[in-house]
Design a protein around this ligand. Structure first.
Ligand SMILES: C[S@@+](CC[C@H](N)C(=O)[O-])C[C@H]1O[C@@H](n2cnc3c(N)ncnc32)[C@H](O)[C@@H]1O
Length: 270
């Protein structure tokens, strides 16, 4: 068993990891990620403290599936490109997507996270893990600057500081030749309502950065390309599996734009 010691903010990655493990264990998994189950079995941590139920696990798996799809699409278009996965936490995306070795892949998170990852997950060709705050831009020196690049961050932007985050995105746009970026965002009203999210509350984390519209990032050189909002997740497959409580929230989201726009997944080109 691996003993771990994380800050409140870092421990949120154990909640999402646990969500993916519950998905893998469910009768009809959305992601079916065996690395999540294996990692949970090897980390000595009270995962029960998040109070994670099937609804939250479903939401985590659905979000990850969109990012996986965007990643696969990018790799299909750029088989010699690069993927830079920011705030990777314990996510096994590189193993799920399993890119060819012609694709360079960097996972970046705090040194404590990368240290645990290195103990849990196998090395692979063309794959590197960088232990640094993403806001300390020195880690950029490790990236080659001549490949089309997908920069990804799932469950990350809301933890970043509102001045450092745009500076990071702008530095990436200047450093990299071209590519795509994909992140999920809280809206400003979503930030105000953050205590409604029981996982964040139980982790004791605080969310600090949000945007309301993709166009806010255009001045940084990011062109909005695709949006995935709360309403896009409401499919027959999801309605069939969601609890009454979640269906009630979906009902509200359909009628009240304020609720529907509290969070969104955005893809940009640059
Ligand atoms: C909610 S977790 C998401 C982890 C992973 N993306 C997933 O979906 O399972 C947030 C992650 O962002 C990382 N993080 C937050 N701020 C960071 C920063 N300034 N630099 C590097 N990582 C950061 C945390 O360590 C944590 O792993």
């Amino acid at each position: 068993m691996e003993k771990v010691q994380f800050t409140e903010e870092q421990s949120t990655m154990l909640a999402t990891l646990y969500g993916r493990a519950l998905d893998a264990r469910s009768a009809e998994p959305i992601l079916g990620d065996p690395t999540a189950q294996e990692a949970v079995a090897r980390i000595d941590y009270d995962f029960g403290k998040f109070g994670m139920g099937p609804d939250q696990a479903l939401a985590i798996a659905l979000r990850a599936r969109v990012f996986d799809r965007w990643t696969r699409d990018f790799i299909d278009l750029h088989p010699e490109g690069m993927v830079v996965h920011l705030g990777c936490g314990m996510d096994g995306r590189v193993y799920r997507v399993d890119p060819p070795s012609s694709v360079l892949w960097f996972d970046v998170d705090y040194p404590e996270t990368i240290d645990v990852r290195k103990r849990l997950y196998p090395e692979r060709a063309s794959y590197q893990q960088l232990g640094s705050s993403v806001l300390d831009l020195n880690w950029l020196d490790y990236l080659p600057a001549d490949r089309p690049t997908l920069v990804l961050g799932e469950g990350l932007t809301m933890y970043l500081d509102p001045v450092g985050a745009p500076a990071l995105l702008s530095a990436l746009v200047r450093y990299l030749p071209s590519g795509e970026m994909a992140f999920d965002f809280y809206s400003r009203s979503g930030l105000k309502a953050q205590k409604l999210n029981s996982i964040i509350r139980r982790a004791g984390a605080t969310l600090t950065w949000g945007i309301d519209d993709a166009s806010e990032l255009e001045p940084l050189g990011l062109k909005p390309a695709e949006r995935f909002g709360v309403l896009d997740f409401i499919t027959p497959e999801v309605l069939e599996r969601a609890s009454r409580g979640i269906r009630a929230q979906m009902w509200l989201a359909r009628r009240i734009p304020y609720v529907a726009n509290m969070g969104q997944l955005l893809r940009f080109t640059f």
